[in-house]
Design a protein. Structure first.
Length: 141
């Protein structure tokens, strides 16, 4: 059985957003655990969204150089979106009644063999296509 965990964009962003308080600490801890266990996975979509957000949209943006180094380091966890993932995302969007971008996250997680997705945006404890959704910030105050 797989022990892979798919990391959604918001978790990766909070790990590098020093102004995010408890979410910053929780995200860093979650990513460190995934690095240590070798079980973290993500998609090209996550890396693209991360780069745009941390260089432009957070209170204390990262320089492009630093953000690019982070993207490069996480590329080892990455899979590119394939046409088959798009078709799966369309089905998931309809079945789970979630937005397309979230459905594409689920489709990518499926393609990578993940058993769970760490996300603040999807409904915690929900199961979609056999993948458990977990919010790593549920206990953060």
């Amino acid at each position: 059985m797989s022990d892979k965990t798919f990391v959604d964009t918001n978790v990766l962003i909070y790990a590098y957003d020093a102004d995010a308080g408890g979410k910053h600490r929780a995200a860093k801890r979650a990513l460190q655990d995934l690095w240590n266990s070798g079980s973290g996975v993500l998609s090209m979509q996550v890396l693209q969204e991360f780069y745009v957000n941390v260089t432009r949209k957070i209170a204390s943006p990262l320089s492009r150089d630093i953000a690019r180094r982070v993207v490069d380091s996480y590329s080892a966890w990455c899979v590119e979106t394939a046409t088959a993932a798009l078709a799966a995302a369309f089905q998931i969007e309809d079945e789970a009644r979630i937005g397309f971008w979230d459905a594409l996250i689920v489709a990518s997680a499926m393609r990578l063999g993940a058993v769970r997705i760490l996300s603040e945006d999807l409904n915690a404890r929900q199961m979609i296509r056999g993948i458990r959704i977990e919010n790593p910030f549920a206990d953060v105050h």
